[in-house]
Design a protein around this ligand. Structure first.
Ligand code: PMP
Length: 355
């Protein structure tokens, strides 16, 4: 196990924080109690037949119990948030002193790391991925060793927008050699052949793994993201999150989803099949220069003609892609999420019309 203590890395105000204690923190139990403690509306919910008048479980214990069992971790190693975007924000609020501490990101990568950093008035240090979209490990380690104000390192595997997994040895090497919190964002891990990095959670106390219900589980609208880390780091997240950050409807839906794992696995299988079909179809088109290999539910595609023109033309046909053509190392690229068989066929038809 790596020798690492997260506490000295915490912001001073978080080290000193006395967390809020909600009504449901102070008393929660199953059974027929009369609740006079949380200033809720005892009469019901306006306009709805289902009752939403009581605050939800602030720590989502039932959902976490199912997740912990499926992922083979302790319940106390799981945090749930309003999307994994909430966990990204909490990492900055816990570890980065505004105007003083920094986060290291590896472009091209998910845009919220730097936006969340800016919102928290935290500088980002950028170490570009290599040409084949892998971390420049030596440069990352060198940069972190020379700048103790770097508290967070963000890795995204499979990476958005490039779609590829990061080599596990690279991630381990960064975990081993950096005295900072290493965040591995696995939003798209379910679509990849590799295992999650979660099995190293007990070896690396500086590891935080992010996952989400928004992709493979198909629950993007309900906003539910997961963070896995040491029990110490998770209890800090619990202390600084808003008291009832995951609503009761979402918790109920997540429990149903977690009890229907076969359907998720079936979705994944179908999406991967469609991904492989779409690659073959795209590679036939003369406007496509390169389809990058993908371990995710989207493809990064380099065009031979101006990508922005193609993007705009498709919008007129009511087909919306993600224009990544101005992103570092993604010049003239579009990002395409895998749709249904019919949707993908329509996209190819519209692209053929542009030839
Ligand atoms: N991480 C990555 C890499 C993403 O692409 C996204 C969403 N596109 C997120 C995190 C955020 O996901 P959510 O907040 O829906 O859990």
């Amino acid at each position: 196990m790596k020798n690492f203590d997260f506490k000295p890395l915490l912001r001073k105000n978080i080290q000193a924080l006395r967390p809020y204690s909600s009504a449901r923190d102070e008393f929660s139990a199953e059974g027929s109690y009369l609740f006079f403690d949380a200033n809720e509306n005892a009469l019901g919910s306006v306009g709805l037949s289902e009752a939403f008048n009581r605050y939800p479980d602030p720590y989502q214990k039932q959902v976490k119990t199912l997740i912990a069992a499926q992922q083979n971790v302790d319940v106390e190693q799981v945090f749930l948030g309003n999307g994994s975007d909430e966990a990204i924000d909490l990492l900055f609020r816990a570890f980065c002193e505004p105007k003083q501490d920094k986060a290291l990101i590896m472009p091209p990568t998910y845009g919220m790391y730097s936006v969340s950093a800016s919102i928290n008035d935290v500088e980002t240090v950028k170490v570009s991925l290599t040409e084949n979209y892998q971390p420049d490990v030596e440069s990352v380690i060198h940069t972190v060793k020379n700048d103790p104000s770097i508290k967070l390192i963000f890795l995204c595997s499979p990476n958005n927008p490039t779609g590829n997994l990061l080599n596990e040895e690279n991630i381990i090497s960064i975990l081993e050699n950096c005295n900072a919190i290493v965040v591995v964002d696995e939003a798209y891990i379910d679509f990849s052949p590799d295992q999650t990095i979660l099995r190293y959670l007990n070896d690396y106390p500086n590891l935080v793994v992010l996952q989400t219900f928004s992709k493979a589980w198909g629950l993007a609208n309900l906003r539910l993201g997961k963070a896995f880390a040491s029990t110490g780091i998770i209890s800090i997240f619990n202390n600084i999150k808003p008291p009832y950050n995951v609503n009761g409807y979402t918790q109920k839906a997540a429990i149903q989803a977690l009890n229907a794992v076969e359907q998720k696995d079936n979705f994944i299988k179908k999406i991967i099949e469609e991904r492989e079909n779409l690659i073959l179809e795209l590679e036939k088109l003369s406007i496509v220069k390169q389809v990058y290999p993908s371990d995710a539910n989207f493809l990064l595609v380099k065009m031979t003609r101006n990508a922005t023109d193609i993007y705009n033309q498709l919008i007129k046909d009511q087909v919306v892609l993600r224009n990544r053509s101005t992103v570092h190392l993604c010049e003239n690229c579009l990002r395409i999420t895998i749709g249904t068989k019919t949707e993908n066929a329509f996209l190819i038809k519209q692209l053929l019309r542009l030839l």
